[in-house]
Design a protein around this ligand. Structure first.
Ligand SMILES: Nc1nc2c(ncn2[C@@H]2O[C@H](COP(=O)(O)OP(=O)(O)OP(=O)(O)O)[C@@H](O)[C@H]2O)c(=O)[nH]1
Ligand SMILES: [Mg+2]
Length: 342
């Protein structure tokens, strides 16, 4: 059971610009003084901890980060422009290691924390810098130094933003496998999932972490089935997605299933039961009797909860559900203000 997100990336700071060789050319002055300017410094690669990311997914599509090089010096003692630093956002909680030595470089604990992970190369000195009273026409000049090049391993302990709850066999693991890269075990018998699975769900520009946990049954709070202790894994999520199996094969009343799960959540804690919840009627492809879907939709309506009929087999309803979830786990404006103020 790994709740760790990982990314391997390369960072390259900008090279320093070269110092150059030049002499002033002035009318009536047979030989002007040295005037070769220095090269600019290369830009640094700077990691900045941000609250706006909660996974390392953005690094997977973008594994190389290069800061701008410094410009070369010019005649008339003009120094080359410095390369611009490259700022790369990382989620709060990210730990950065040197991928080759394993050495820990930095641990980002608060938003706004900054760390230079690759230092830009110094610009080289132009020949003007080498002039002395006894050495008035120097021809020495330096090339810029290369910027640092490093392979980094980023590690982030994932915290679930949303959790899937429901009866065993309701299709929770199948759903997370459709919405994320997670590949949990799926089978047509109850209690297939024994340990939580986490998956990163992409929804436009907002990614979030979804937890798939074992199924609950009536009396779970008294130790039936796998009990309710694993609910602690979704205790701190912003959202629960309650899957109710409406297929014809369950032999149960979906409305009753709905109430049973709410009771078990309440037995764990009142907070958990009153968390924002999306209700999904699952396996609609295997439901011949639309009244079974209507029963669940009525339960959701009674409580003012959003409702989605879905099938992880045909894909029906999955995109609507994905974006509804993303909307509800997005940090609210109030949260954003608090974290900016801190
Ligand atoms: N027809 C149909 N079958 C589905 C659908 N989703 C899941 N199933 C099947 O239902 C069975 C149970 O699916 P799982 O995803 O393992 O269910 P679960 O809720 O994770 O079950 P537990 O881990 O035991 O709690 C499997 O045989 C799936 O193939 C669906 O949308 N339609
Ligand atoms: Mg499962």
């Amino acid at each position: 059971m790994q709740f760790i997100d990982e990314a391997l990336i390369t960072v390259k700071a900008g090279d320093g610009g070269n110092g150059i060789l030049a002499f002033r050319r002035e009318k009536f002055v047979p030989r002007g003084g040295p005037s070769g300017g220095d090269g600019g410094h290369g830009g640094d690669v700077v990691f900045v901890a941000s609250d706006h990311y909660n996974t390392l997914l953005h690094f997977r599509f973008n594994p190389e980060h290069t800061a701008e090089r410094g410009r070369h010096g010019e005649g008339s003692n003009r120094t080359g422009r410095n390369g611009t630093d490259l700022e790369v956002p990382v989620p709060v909680g990210t730990i950065v290691y040197n991928a080759e030595t394993g050495e820990k470089i930095v641990d980002f604990t608060v938003a706004g924390q900054r760390h230079i992970v690759a230092k830009g190369g110094r610009g080289g000195r132009g020949n003007a810098r080498f002039a002395t009273s006894t050495h008035q026409a120097p021809t020495e000049h330096e090339d810029g130094r290369p910027g640092e090049l490093l392979k980094l391993r980023l590690e982030l302990k994932l915290l679930a933003d949303a959790g899937l709850v429901g009866f065993p066999n309701a299709g929770k693991s199948t759903l997370i496998s459709r919405l994320s890269a997670a590949r949990p075990k799926i089978a047509d018998y109850p209690f297939t999932t024994l340990e939580p699975n986490l998956g990163v769900v992409e929804a436009g520009d907002h990614n979030f972490v979804l937890a798939d946990i074992p199924g609950l049954i009536e009396g779970a709070h008294e130790g039936h089935g796998l009990g309710i202790q694993f609910l602690r894994h979704v205790e701190r999520t912003r959202l629960l997605v309650h899957l109710v199996d409406v297929s014809d094969f369950t032999g149960r009343d979906p409305a009753h299933d709905f109430d049973v799960i709410l009771e078990e959540l309440r037995a764990f804690s009142e907070d958990l039961a009153s968390k924002p919840m999306i209700v999904a009627a699952s396996k609609i492809d295997a439901c011949q009797d639309p009244s079974r879907i209507a029963l669940v939709s009525a339960k959701a309506a009674e409580r003012g909860l959003p409702f989605f009929p879905i099938s992880s087999v045909t894909g029906q309803g999955l995109e609507a559900l994905r974006f509804a979830m993303a909307d509800l786990v997005r940090p609210t404006i109030k949260d954003a203000t608090i974290s900016l103020g801190s």
